[in-house]
Each structure stands twice: as C-alpha cells, then as structure tokens.
Design a protein around this ligand. Structure first.
Ligand code: CP
Ligand code: NVA
Length: 308
C-alpha cells in the first residue's frame, strides 16, 4: 500500500482492509513504535474536528513522527490558493497529507497533484477513516465481520456511504432506513451492490427503522445535519421525526446488539441519552479505534516495510 492515496474506502481491496485491521490491532496491543521517525503529516481542514484531528496527531506522534495542522482560514483551499498548488507545495515539505474538505473533488484534486499520499479525513460524500475504525470496532466486539448485520438509521450521508461500501467489501449485511429525500445516492448503492455480489455481503434499503433493526447485530446512527448543512437543521429535525434510536427501537435488534455512532452526537435527536450512554453503546471504544486504525493507515502508506 506504500505511496497510495485513501480517498474512498473502495481504494482498498478486501485483503487490504483486513491488513489495515490486523495492523491496527497490532498497534493497539503494542502501543508506541517509532516507525515513522522524521516523517511529517499535514492536516488540511476546511471543517471542524475533534476526533480526526487529535487521533491523527497523536497517531503520528506515537509513531515517532510529527504533525502540522492547517485550519480553514490559514490554507484557504480554492480561495487563497488552488488545491493543486497547495498539494504541490506541501509535497515539498511533508510526507503525507490528510484533508477534510467539503467537496470530495477537492481532496481528490489534492491527491492528483500531490507527490505524497493523500488521505480523505472526511468529505461530503465519504469518511473512509471512520469506516476503518468502525470495522475494527465491530470485529473486536463481534469476533469478525463476515455475516454481521449492520442497521444504519438516518441520513444517507458520508458516514453511511463509507460504512456501506466497507460492509460490502467485508461480507457484511448492511441495511439502511432513511426518510424520503435523504436516501443514499444511487451510484454509491449500485457500487455497494456490485461489491457485495463478490463478497457474500448484502445491501438493503429498509422501509423504516423498525424493519432495518430487526435482528441486527449493530445499530448505527449519525447526525441528521452534517457539517455544512447547519441551516437545514430545523427542517431536518422535522423530516427525521421517527428516526431517533431509542430503547424501544434497540429492543428490536439482537439482545447482544451494539450501538455505534461516529460522534459528535445530538442526544434527543438521532439518539436518546439512554441508548448512547447505556450498556449497549460502544461509541467511545469506537472513537479510540480511530487512532489505532489511522496508525495502521499511516504506517502502511508511509512505512519502509510491513508495519505491525
Ligand atoms: N467522527 C469524527 O470524524 O469526528 P470529528 O468530526 O470530531 O473529527
Ligand atoms: N456526517 C457528519 C459526520 C461527522 C464526523 C458530518 O459530515 O458532519
């Protein structure tokens, strides 16, 4: 995987996803390893972040490397300077770029012009690093991925897209229930269905939350209004009525089902406090796994030899 970009989760094959997860587990067990001493990661962010920014920074430091954060006004992607020029300049200084952008085309353009690996740290249509941490968490909690049923309740957004595609690559059963007008985009669904056909996975659009969670191993939700959609938040609260993950909905899943959320969460909207703060919730293990999964990604994209 050395030298590659990670823009969509589908940039990784099924065996490569397995390698990332195995490497992440090895790092989780081993802790700090100075594999990337002398290397620098630049974080170029157009949107806010807690988990992604801190977990990349700490991951890089624990691997012996360094990290530089460039905030939205500092870099001015597409305003102060074109993504192509930013990519070519950063390539002269740093060894890797992780970018959080609005348009996926912006991070894709950075990747096209950079001479160093570019990682999508969330864009409007994908969040591949989140999906890797999600798979790591499911594998830890459920003992494997193949045959596990994930029910995603809510917006067919970036997190849903990457999780759906990751599930399809991993032989999982992915169901999603979204209100009308908020379904996952057709091209992503078609791509996931094509991948699922080769891996024994399945992708299903459910008629509603109850149908989606029936007998599920994992119940997953995300915010109703993503970053950049703040002005739609009021309308979305109305449109998503009935899509809150509450204890009654959770009771339709398997008794040993886990609750997942990429965070930040809005208690009382997409999930009740009782569920996200309850015994089935694994959201903070999931957040921790962002760091282990990203250590694996960094080591595999930048390392001199096999990591782990
Ligand atoms: N889940 C996630 O990406 O969180 P941040 O937006 O805080 O990075
Ligand atoms: N869908 C959310 C995920 C945040 C990590 C957003 O894009 O804002």
């Amino acid at each position: 995987m050395r030298g590659r970009d990670l823009i969509s989760i589908t940039d990784l094959s099924t065996p490569e996803i397995g390698l990332v997860l195995d490497t992440a587990m090895a790092f989780k067990d081993a802790g700090r390893q100075p594999l990337l001493a002398g290397r620098t990661l630049a974080l170029v962010f157009e949107k806010p972040s807690l988990r992604t920014r801190v977990s990349f920074h700490v991951a890089m430091r624990q691997l012996g490397g360094d990290c530089i954060y460039l905030s939205p006004p500092e870099v001015g992607l597409g305003q102060r300077e074109t993504p192509a020029d930013v990519a070519r300049v950063l390539s002269r200084y740093v060894d890797c770029v992780a970018a959080r952008t609005f348009a996926t085309e912006t991070v894709a353009e950075l990747a096209r012009y950079a001479d160093v690996p570019v990682i999508n740290a969330l864009s409007d249509s994908e969040h591949p690093c989140q999906a890797l941490a999600d798979l790591l968490t499911i594998r830890e909690k459920k003992g494997g991925l193949r045959g596990v049923t994930v029910a995603f309740i809510g917006d067919g957004n970036n997190v849903a897209n990457s999780l759906c595609l990751a599930a399809a690559l991993s032989g999982m059963h992915f169901r999603i229930a979204s209100p009308g007008g908020y379904e996952m985009a057709d091209p992503v669904l078609r791509k996931a269905e094509a991948l699922a056909a080769g891996s024994g996975a399945s992708v299903e659009l459910s008629a509603g939350p109850e149908e989606a969670v029936a007998g599920a191993d994992v119940v997953y939700t995300d915010v109703w209004a993503s970053m950049g959609q703040e002005r739609e938040a009021g309308a979305r609260r109305e449109d998503f009525a009935g899509y809150t993950v509450d204890a009654k909905l959770m009771s339709r899943a398997r008794p040993d089902a886990i609750f997942m959320h990429d965070l930040p969460a809005h208690r009382g909207e997409e999930v009740t406090a009782e569920v996200i703060d309850g015994p089935q919730s694994v959201v903070f293990d999931q957040a921790e796994n962002r760091m282990h999964a990203q250590k694996a990604v960094l080591a595999l994209l930048l390392g001199e030899e096999d990591a782990g």
